[in-house]
Design a binder for this molecule. Structure first.
Ligand SMILES: O=C(O)CCC(=O)C(=O)O
Ligand SMILES: [Fe+2]
Length: 368
């Protein structure tokens, strides 16, 4: 497959009118989504689909009079789900609409030749720009014979710290694209700080405990575009994983397709809730909280009718930061459950081995 060709993008592949997906996109049977009614489904996998609903936490605009009950709700949802919607979060609805609008305009209205001017560097992990997880060369095809590809294109923006933020490397179509991403980045940082504060307090920790452990945020915003797929029962938009960093804030359009894994065996679809923001706990928060809160495993499924768009904002430590369980949570009766890890090493292992659910964080668990 040629890197420079538009067909290295899933959107172009989908638009070429194919009725079956190329074999690289076909998931192993145990990883395929179950599209039937779960009560009627027979499946070779040990997972079932559940029609439970992800919890919703009203933040009451961070009104101090509501903090106790908000903290209590966050504590319960972090323990039971590692994920929850927040509403009355203080982010203007117009900004949530704007980021979806500029993302969709880029994917739908920019010619492929223009999009490819922003192509990310396929040889370096998490490079900024427009990409897809696609085969890059025949050599790699041989080495990665069993690599299965996501039915997704994306645009990854490096937004924080400011030294990494270079708006001229982002699209300028529509004309307010760069301004919207910049504003959204700043607002998401503030919300992530407030949420990590409440999450720390919900464990009886100092407000700044998790944020101090993470240090200055490395923030990336990834806009994902999932084209309609002719064989949704065989594919995934994004394979099952937990996010690597500390906390992810995600919004999606009204199509739906994000699923979170509950209790290790039930896939729960995150029904789109307008104007809500989904909070996903990521792996470093699991380590810092010594497993009191677990990161949320999630994936995206595809559908044959409508393209889907999401925007995920990741808040991660710098690569040089060492992450370990918070000392406040350790004692004679509560030993560390995770080995400390330099974040950059964690990221390298994630990209070398692949996420495969939560294998990377599981590798740090200490024997009890
Ligand atoms: O598209 C989605 O809803 C999920 C995106 C996601 O999980 C990711 O980019 O890490
Ligand atoms: Fe994710």
């Amino acid at each position: 497959m040629e890197v420079s060709s538009g067909l290295t993008r899933v959107q172009a592949l989908a638009q070429s009118g194919l009725s079956r997906v190329p074999p690289q996109f076909i998931q192993f049977p145990e990883n395929r989504p179950i599209h039937q009614d779960p009560r009627a489904a027979t499946t070779s996998s040990s997972f079932v689909n559940s029609d439970a609903d992800i919890p919703v936490v009203n933040l009451f605009g961070f009104d101090p009079d509501q903090t106790n009950s908000v903290r209590e709700a966050i504590r319960r949802d972090c323990r039971e789900w590692g994920a929850f919607h927040v509403i009355d979060h203080g982010i203007p609805v117009s900004l949530l609409d704007d980021i979806k609008r500029v993302g969709l305009t880029f994917f739908n209205d920019c010619p492929m030749s223009e999009k490819l001017r922003y192509a990310c560097d396929p040889s370096s992990a998490a490079s900024e720009g427009y990409g897809s997880r696609m085969l890059q060369s025949s050599d790699q095809q041989q080495n990665d014979a069993v690599q299965i590809l996501d039915w997704r294109d994306y645009f990854d923006h490096h937004t924080l710290p400011l030294s990494r933020r270079n708006p001229s490397s982002w699209p300028n179509f529509p004309p307010d694209y760069r301004e919207v991403i910049t504003k959204y980045s700043d607002e998401m940082k503030i919300l992530a700080q407030k949420l990590l504060g409440l999450i720390s307090e919900s464990l009886g920790l100092r407000t700044s405990c998790i944020e101090d452990a993470v240090g200055d945020f490395y923030q990336n915003i990834t806009i994902s575009y999932y084209p309609p797929c002719p064989q949704p029962e065989l594919t995934l938009g994004l394979q099952s994983h937990s996010d690597m960093g500390a906390i992810t804030l995600l919004i999606q359009d009204d199509v739906g397709g994000l699923q979170v894994l509950k209790d290790g065996d039930k896939w729960v679809t995150v029904k789109p809730l307008s104007n809500a923001i989904l909070v996903l706990l990521a792996d470093q928060t699991e380590i810092i909280t010594n497993g009191k809160y677990r990161s949320c495993e999630h994936r995206a499924i595809t559908n044959s009718n409508r393209a889907r768009l999401s925007a995920a904002t990741f808040h991660d430590p710098a690569k040089s930061v060492k992450i370990s369980p918070a000392s406040e949570l350790l004692g004679e009766s509560s030993p560390p459950k995770y080995r400390g890890v330099v974040y950059g090493d964690y990221v390298s292992s994630w990209y070398t081995k692949g996420p495969e659910g939560k294998r990377n964080i599981d590798a740090l668990v200490l024997d009890s």
